[in-house]
Unconditional design. Structure first.
Lengths: 337, 392
């Protein structure tokens, strides 16, 4: 067996491998985001006795490209009364955190290339979970800023709703995964995946079903998907924070929504479903899990009405937060015993 | 900058949930509604005034465009009013009466389907919207078969009907009402038991029976407040006394009860339509009254007397005795009334329409005061207003 070489001893190779990984993840993520829009329209279409896109390319497969091109060539309107800098910054501030989060998701074990061990993860932070929570929390600034900068009352309401929503749900989401790293005894995501390895029944979804449910629901609320899509609420707030946005800026919001879906699906898969563990090569397992959760999110959109603002807050503070706390207490008790 | 903390927003007329061109001036404290003021008139076309310059026959198509989601109900109210003015209510052939009731009930289902679709969509349930429009399409097809138009039907005539039922029409209706209860189950499966739907509708848009009567609320909105009042039973027209149906009432006075009441009304409508199909027998479709009814087409084409008859009726119209009448019907959205005044000429001297939506809309400010912005949307939906008949 050849001697294991470490990449960190060779800075040039290290940077090259890093760039390759970032590029690969970025391209795959963009592809998933683009085709998530297509999948959503097709799936909801068939659920609603429609067909979804059919005209652009075979089976409408070129639809995301056509949409992208269309948005790219649209006139980019900045309202005269808008706060210009914030208006331009907002869509970037919402998209960037969504993409950055993917950096800490492990999408496979270590592989060996030419004697070098390459971990299939862009950055194995020892505070991985905190990083994810921080980035998800950052995303809301984009929405609040967009709502405020548009100088539109509906957008403002959307921004305010979003701020309130994310604050109340982030607490419950954070607390629910406290139980997970109490079991894993690490904050690093690769460590958590490690802790779940072995058998399917080591997955935290079985030992932490309550945390899984709370984290899933609160995550849906954090990424503003139905039934918690209050900041957008097309029929109430006329698309809320993105009312005034057009062209590529709107496209960025759109991409951010789907990127967030991917990220949340990836995080849940990693924390509760063993990440890349499974019968196929690691990356494929993870992708399958991600697609499953994205399908559930799309399915929910076709099924549920929208909750009301006060009901949302009620659920966040009085249902999910106590549940998450209770779960920590139970987990702690079980560990001690 | 406003110095107080009340934010005023214009909701509509370009807003996806104001069901047309309603404008609401909302005064919001946070998301709580302090005051809501409806502004109407963006769709005013002067239907009442236009009718004064047209003969009675030619005023009929104007009524299609009042509540454009239930054109045949509007037609029915109008022809009944004119027949009352002429004093020929008893001359209407049985077949025409039965077809009128059948189409009026199909129209009720059609109107309620659009209500459910948009109401659910406003609250965020997208799938129900598509399902309802799928069923509505079948009724539209029937409209098209019958009158050639999908929305502006203009099918009834003073004295009866314009055309007889086409071949196979009864089978279409039969197929539809057989399938409809199953579809209603589907909608209920998606909404009624859904916790979010219940939270969004129970207790929202409360209006007590006393307030509802004071405002003049009619239709399902009144009956869901516990007032047992339905013109089809309490002041029957077009032979409604011969049908066996229940008047649906609820006690909850809220959006959820108005929702279940309308769903049950659709079920009752299916039963009435079934009875219509059983009653339907061959016979004339137009009153045998040469002063009012157009002659059959073959007479017009083959005899000079028929041609002159047709020509005189079309150019001169008929001239009711001077007088005034009021005819109200139970339209899908409530009491649709026509107040007709004749001065003895061929044109109505005055045609005053009492649209149900106009009166029902008056309950909105009271119903949404102190509620949240999202409840305003739900309340507009539950009142089932159509701006076509509010603005006329």
């Amino acid at each position: 067996m050849p001697e294991m070489l470490s990449l960190s001893n060779d800075p040039i190779l290290f940077i090259a491998v890093m760039l390759a990984k970032i590029l690969a993840v970025f391209v795959v993520l963009l592809l998933i985001v683009a085709y998530a829009t297509y999948a959503e329209r097709k799936i909801i279409g068939h659920m609603q006795t429609r067909l979804g896109p059919t005209m652009t390319g075979p089976l409408g497969l070129l639809q995301p490209i056509a949409d992208g091109l269309k948005l790219f060539f649209k006139e980019d309107i900045i309202p005269a009364q808008a706060s210009k800098l914030a208006f331009i910054l907002a869509p970037m501030m919402i998209l960037v955190p969504a993409f950055i989060t993917v950096a800490v998701i492990p999408f496979g074990g270590n592989i060996v290339i030419g004697g070098y061990t390459v971990p299939l993860q862009i950055a194995d932070l020892n505070v991985g979970i905190l990083f994810i929570l921080a980035m998800e929390g950052l995303g809301v600034y984009g929405i609040v800023l967009a709502g405020w900068a548009s100088n539109n009352k509906y957008s403002l309401l959307g921004g305010i709703r979003s701020a309130a929503q994310v604050i109340s749900y982030e607490l419950a989401a954070g607390l629910s995964i406290v139980a997970v790293f109490m079991l894993a005894e690490t904050l690093s995501l690769s460590g958590i995946v490690e802790a779940q390895s072995g058998s399917v029944f080591n997955w935290f979804v079985f030992s932490q079903p309550l945390a899984f449910c709370v984290f899933f629901v609160t995550s849906v609320a954090e990424i503003n998907r139905v039934p918690f899509d209050l900041p957008e609420a097309e029929t109430e707030l006329v698309s809320g924070f993105c009312t005034e946005y057009s062209s590529m800026k709107y496209a960025l919001f759109f991409m951010a929504e789907y990127a967030n879906m991917v990220v949340v699906a990836a995080v849940i898969s990693t924390l509760f479903l063993g990440g890349p563990a499974g019968p196929f090569p690691g990356v494929i397992n993870l992708l399958l899990k991600i697609f499953f959760f994205m399908f559930v999110l799309i399915w929910m959109r076709a099924t549920f009405p929208r909750v009301r603002y006060d009901q949302l807050m009620f659920m966040g503070w009085k249902v999910f937060l106590p549940l998450a706390l209770l779960n920590i207490v139970i987990t702690g008790a079980v560990i001690v015993l | 900058m406003a110095t107080n903390e009340i934010m005023t927003i214009n909701m509509g007329p370009q807003h996806p949930s104001t069901h047309g061109v309603l404008q609401l001036i909302l005064e919001l404290d946070g998301e709580t509604v302090v005051k809501a003021t409806p502004h109407i008139g963006f769709l005013h076309r002067g239907v009442e005034k236009l009718a004064e310059n047209r003969s009675y026959h030619r005023a009929l198509p104007l009524t299609d465009r009042l509540d454009y989601l239930a054109p045949m109900s509007n037609n029915l109210g109008y022809v009944l009013a004119v027949e009352k003015l002429l004093g020929i209510e008893d001359e209407i052939p049985q077949r025409a009466k039965v077809v009128r009731v059948m189409m009026a009930e199909l129209t009720r289902i059609k109107s309620h389907l659009v209500w459910l679709a948009t109401h659910a969509l406003d609250i965020g349930a997208m799938t129900v919207f598509i399902y309802c429009f799928r069923e509505r399409e079948l009724i539209m097809d029937m409209y098209e078969k019958l009158s050639g138009a999908r929305m502006t039907s203009n099918y009834f005539r003073v004295g009866g009907l314009s055309l007889d039922l086409p071949d196979g029409f009864e089978q279409d209706v039969k197929n539809f009402i057989d399938a409809m209860p199953g579809h209603l189950e589907t909608y209920e499966g998606l909404l009624t038991g859904n916790a979010i739907w219940q939270k969004r509708t129970r207790g929202v848009g409360y209006i007590s029976a006393a307030d509802a009567i004071d405002i003049g609320l009619t239709g399902p909105a009144l009956r869901a407040s516990g007032v047992d009042w339905d013109l089809r039973r309490d002041n029957p027209y077009s032979g409604y006394e011969e049908y066996d149906f229940k008047v649906i009432t609820r006690e909850g006075c809220d959006t959820f009860d108005r929702y279940t009441a309308r769903l049950d009304e659709m079920r009752e409508s299916c039963k009435i339509i079934q009875q219509c199909l059983d009653k339907l027998e061959d016979g004339p479709i137009l009153a045998d009254n040469p002063g009012v009814s157009l002659p059959p087409k073959e007479n017009v084409l083959n005899s000079i007397e028929g041609l002159i008859h047709h020509f005189k009726l079309v150019t001169d119209g008929f001239k009711p005795e001077p007088g005034e009448i009021y005819q109200g019907i139970e339209a899908p959205k409530g009491e649709l009334g026509y107040y007709m005044v004749s001065d003895g000429s061929a044109n109505p001297y005055r045609m005053k329409i009492r649209p149900p939506s106009f009166v029902n809309l008056q309950a909105l400010p009271q119903m949404v005061e102190g509620a949240l912005l999202a409840d305003v949307i739900a309340t507009i939906g539950t009142l089932d207003i159509v701006l076509g008949e509010i603005d006329r």
